[in-house]
Design a protein around this ligand. Structure first.
Ligand code: FMN
Length: 323
């Protein structure tokens, strides 16, 4: 399938793996790129420019295909070394950056001078238009269904994607709730140039996370995610578990008085314990409603090949057959 995104990024299939904290290591990024999609290393998981440079170099030993790096702008008082992280990306010869969390305007001249394509991930049409106006090459439009941070507007992709198509001139990919060939064909039908997946890629052989995480996603239904931190206007869609129920109790009890410190135990520093140790009840971890559509743990190549061949079947048999 050839779209503006495959052409822009030099990839075979219009499928991107979104940055994921403590999931987006070189193993997964390389597997997605080797299978013809675009794999993405999660910059902040590495933390320092030195470690990110080493992870980029490690990824290069596993693939000669293009891959990207995600840089997430966090609402924190002590930010990571963003200039150093971007320099590591440039020095590492990476040609695609996925930004998220906030407007990347400040970094655009540096990235454009280095010939890097910037895909900004956002949850609202107005943010997508802003990204377009500051020179982003593409956007990833993240609907309310998505795992992670869906924003505060709560617009699902059946509305958000065609709205984005009506407004944008730059290419965009559909993100949130994407799992299979049906997602891809529907996304393209609504005007997108491809799709970005998070949760679905965690349940693959190559995702370097504990087996418990993969099995939790396979076992979950579409009813098993919860929204947390809405009172802090930092809403996150997470897999339900004991820690999340505790967190939601605190939100209910404290109401508008809730502060980040009240829930720090359930959200801070929990990712390594969950993703690497498989300690599934220890805290809140991002997961999309799409877990309900994840039934197996294939290799990344099996997953992507299946999506592309079934997409062909949907378009050429099912849809063509309607006429
Ligand atoms: C476990 C997990 C961690 C994530 N971490 C990040 C992150 O650090 N930065 C980011 O921009 N997006 C992050 N995301 C969001 C994904 O990149 C992607 O936008 C989202 O998962 C798409 O929705 P889906 O899960 O329905 O496919 C994360 C998602 C998951 C499931």
């Amino acid at each position: 399938m050839k779209t503006r995104i495959t052409e822009m990024l030099g990839i075979e299939h219009p499928i991107i793996q979104g940055g994921m904290h403590f999931v987006g290591f070189a193993e997964l990024a390389a597997a997605v790129s080797n299978a013809g999609g675009l794999g993405i290393i999660t910059g902040l998981t590495q933390g320092t420019p030195e470690k990110l440079a080493a992870e980029i170099a490690r990824c290069r030993t596993m693939t000669d295909k293009p891959f990207g790096v995600n840089i997430t702008f966090l609402p924190t008082l002590t930010p990571p070394d963003y200039p150093g992280l971007f320099q590591a990306i440039i020095d590492g010869g990476v040609k695609v950056v996925e930004t998220a969390g906030n407007n990347p305007q400040k970094w655009m001249p540096m990235l454009k001078d280095a010939g890097i394509k910037v895909i900004h991930k956002c949850t609202a049409v107005r943010h997508a238009l802003k990204a377009q106006s500051i020179g982003c090459d593409a956007v990833s439009v993240d609907g309310f269904e998505c795992g992670g941070h869906p924003g505060e507007d709560d617009i699902p992709n059946f509305i958000l994607l065609p709205r984005a198509a009506d407004e944008l001139t730059i290419p965009f990919v559909a993100s949130g709730g994407m799992a299979d060939a049906r997602s891809l064909v529907a996304a393209v039908a609504m005007g997108a140039d491809g799709m970005n997946m998070g949760t679905r890629f965690i349940a693959t052989q190559e995702a370097p996370v504990h087996e418990n995480v993969k099995q939790a996603i396979v076992a979950a239904s579409e009813l098993d995610t919860r929204l947390v931190m809405r009172p802090l206007r930092n809403t996150e869609r997470v897999m339900n578990n004991a820690a999340v129920e505790r967190l939601l109790e605190k939100e209910k009890a404290l109401g508008a008085d809730l502060k980040f410190e009240d829930i720090i135990e359930e959200v801070a520093g929990v990712y390594p314990k969950i993703m690497l140790n498989g300690d599934m009840e220890v805290g809140a971890w991002s997961c999309g409603m799409v877990a309900g559509l994840v039934y197996d743990v294939p290799t990344v190549k099996e997953l992507i090949d299946r999506i592309m061949s079934e997409a062909d079947g949907i378009i050429h048999k099912r849809l063509n057959g309607l006429y």
